[in-house]
Design a protein around this ligand. Structure first.
Ligand SMILES: NC(=O)c1ccc[n+]([C@@H]2O[C@H](COP(=O)([O-])OP(=O)(O)OC[C@H]3O[C@@H](n4cnc5c(N)ncnc54)[C@H](O)[C@@H]3O)[C@@H](O)[C@H]2O)c1
Length: 269
């Protein structure tokens, strides 16, 4: 249960997820929020309720209780290791960055040096708790299928291989491991990575990505077979009001992780 002490959070990335985080939790659960963002002065950052940090050393000097990352893979590779080394726990939104072995190694050695914790969010997908519990009994197979409308794949490798504008039926645009999927589709790697790190790992998790002109929402399906039973999860996610490429649920998952896992607020009926 949370005590009544003062709680301050540094947020790396003031985009759709960062703004929604502040709007939902400021004052109700968090007393002070400061943002570190590469962009100079986006409108949101002139909001005087929030602090502004322009360098990592300012973040360190501000002594937040926890640091929240919602900035992207580059921030995970460059900023997050430094923050972990300084001894601050980091809640990670850009889970897809963990698909790169060098990034994983750098984060885990930094957390060891700093005595800090890296806390990845479940993000846009559910059932992660059941998947990681089932992993304790031994997983035989884990598959993830990501199905999105063709427009969601524009600007990705799929656009070079398939005429996305003329699709009339679902088309598989990728089949392989979670590791290969993250390399070929880095901007879509977050869900596959969440499934991989809580299940069979990047090399043994099978991923299928589909461009589907018959759907409006981003759909995620997970299948796992373990000694303790089978698991099937199916989700259809509305986009975030602030960023059509981000699932609304990802922003909510970050809030839930900080409130329940970091602040330790328990739901009691
Ligand atoms: N886990 C999930 O399921 C899931 C789902 C959606 C998005 N995400 C991750 O969350 C991230 C944020 O999503 P969003 O919708 O808020 O994106 P967004 O583009 O709206 O905002 C990102 C913000 O981060 C800032 N930024 C980028 N690189 C930075 C850096 N190196 N240092 C500081 N600031 C930096 C940008 O200026 C921008 O303001 C995405 O990049 C993605 O990796 C995760």
């Amino acid at each position: 249960m949370r005590d009544s002490r003062f709680f301050r959070v540094a947020v790396i990335g003031a985009g759709a997820i960062g703004q929604s985080f502040a709007a939902s939790l400021f004052k109700e659960h968090i007393d002070e929020i400061s943002f570190l963002d590469l962009r100079e002065t986006p409108g949101f950052l002139t909001d005087e309720r929030y602090g502004r940090l322009s360098r990592i050393h300012e973040l360190v000097a501000w002594r937040p209780d926890v640091v929240v990352e919602c900035a992207g893979h580059n921030a995970v590779a460059t900023i997050v290791p430094q923050v972990l080394r300084e001894g601050f726990d980091v809640v990670l939104s850009s889970v897809g960055a963990l698909a790169t072995p060098d990034v994983r190694a750098s984060l885990s050695s930094s957390a060891r040096v700093g005595g800090s914790r890296l806390i990845p969010i479940a993000g846009a997908v559910g059932g992660i708790d059941a998947l990681s519990a089932a992993a304790r009994s031994g997983l035989d197979v884990v598959t993830y299928t990501g199905r999105k409308p063709p427009i969601a794949w524009s600007g990705t490798a799929a656009a070079q291989e398939v005429n996305l504008d003329e699709l009339t039926s679902p088309q598989v645009i990728f089949a392989g491991t979670a590791e290969e999927a993250a390399i070929k589709y880095p901007a879509n790697a977050n869900v596959a990575a969440a499934v991989a790190i809580h299940g069979l790992g990047f090399e043994k998790t099978t991923v299928t990505l589909i461009a589907d002109p018959t759907i409006r929402l981003n759909c995620h399906e997970i299948y796992a077979k373990s000694k303790s039973g089978e698991l099937r999860i199916s989700m259809s996610n509305e986009p975030s009001p602030g960023n059509p490429k981000t699932s609304w649920l990802a922003a909510l998952s970050l809030q839930q992780t900080v409130v329940n896992k970091v602040l330790g607020v328990q739901w009691v009926t």
